[in-house]
Design a protein around this ligand. Structure first.
Ligand SMILES: CC(C)(COP(=O)(O)OP(=O)(O)OC[C@H]1O[C@@H](n2cnc3c(N)ncnc32)[C@H](O)[C@@H]1OP(=O)(O)O)[C@@H](O)C(=O)NCCC(=O)NCCSC(=O)CCC(=O)c1ccccc1C(=O)O
Length: 280
């Protein structure tokens, strides 16, 4: 098993951000409020995910959480939007603006051409639950992970990936139960429903996530990217098609045809794509 050699990539207030051997680890760091996110948190998440996307040495991102709480020893992944920061039009940051920008982070995870794994050591609730849903895979602590949807308790509902995509994952009846009853589900129950890939002893959770990441890193980057976008496509409508097709265009750029098309334009002549190129 390859051991991580985590190096801090950037210091933030509400999250930690580290890298090791092709893996980025982005972790919530507000354990005393069950890792609830406020606008500062989402802004920092956005910056870290953007950095991980741009860094060509990074192939896998782990979305995890620090903890446990120093107050009561409870572990959490994320308890969603910080209700203390909630205003009438969103969550209010230091600049006084009302924002709903966790959705931008969801889109980063969804459209990132790299694999994102949710590492759930404890509570995954509300918008925190939706974040694990949008990640490509989820690993959960056998002893401490609890999955719960409180959106209908606090009138802050995720009508996008958090609910509709969840329904594709666990089935309509189960998704409706999760949202309409707001019950607690263990890691095992979440696994049986199909929204968790593996239930892992708590002590081994981070090492297992790193091991999964290393296995992913052995695969072809282009294949992983195209497969992720292909699997997204049918649920993402025209945007899904756009993202997948953009990568197809990028692949086409490497062909002789594309080079001839560009060169002909620059040389102000008609392109000559050659004969016998119409492969079946
Ligand atoms: C997570 C709990 C079930 C854990 O329960 P328990 O172990 O008993 O702990 P508590 O004693 O309740 O909590 C300990 C401590 O943490 C504070 N805290 C916990 N969660 C939050 C939170 N979300 N916000 C603020 N503070 C929180 C709690 O007050 C305690 O503090 P003390 O000072 O020690 O008293 C339970 O805590 C719980 O149910 N939490 C609330 C879960 C919740 O309802 N979350 C919000 C759901 S809505 C959401 O996430 C936003 C959705 C969203 O983001 C969105 C949706 C649609 C469009 C756009 C957006 C968007 O972009 O924002």
């Amino acid at each position: 098993m390859i051991r991580p050699d985590w190096k801090t990539a950037k210091n933030f207030e509400d999250i930690t951000y580290k890298k090791s051997k092709g893996v980025a680890r982005i972790a919530f760091n507000r354990p005393n409020v069950r890792n609830a996110f406020r606008p500062k948190t989402t802004s920092e998440l956005y910056q870290a995910f953007y950095d991980a996307q741009e860094d060509t040495s990074i192939g896998v991102v782990l979305l995890s959480a620090e903890g446990p709480s120093s107050k009561d020893g409870v572990y959490s992944f994320c308890s969603g939007g910080d209700q203390k920061a909630r205003g009438e039009q969103g969550y209010v940051g230091d600049d006084g603006m009302h924002r709903l920008n966790i959705l931008e982070v969801q889109r980063q995870i969804r459209f990132m051409p790299k694999v994102v794994i949710a590492v759930v050591p404890g509570w995954a609730v509300g918008g925190g639950h939706s974040l694990h849903v949008v990640c490509d895979m989820t690993l959960a602590s056998k002893e401490h992970a609890i999955f719960k949807q409180t959106d209908a308790d606090v009138t802050s509902f995720d009508g996008g990936y958090g609910s509709a995509y969840l329904a594709k994952m666990v089935g309509q009846k189960r998704a409706r139960e999760i949202f309409f009853l707001g019950r607690n589900y263990s890691a095992r129950e979440a696994y049986e429903m199909g929204m968790v890939n593996a239930v892992v002893p708590h002590e081994e959770l981070e090492a297992t996530a790193y091991q999964w990441a290393q296995e992913v890193l052995e695969k072809s980057p282009t294949s992983l990217k195209m497969l992720k976008f292909a699997m997204n496509l049918t649920d993402d409508g025209m945007v899904g098609q756009q993202v997948f097709a953009g990568e197809a265009t990028r692949l086409a750029y490497g062909t002789d045809e594309a080079k001839e098309g560009r060169n002909a334009f620059l040389e102000k002549r008609k392109p000559d794509f050659g004969k016998d190129k119409w492969i079946p």
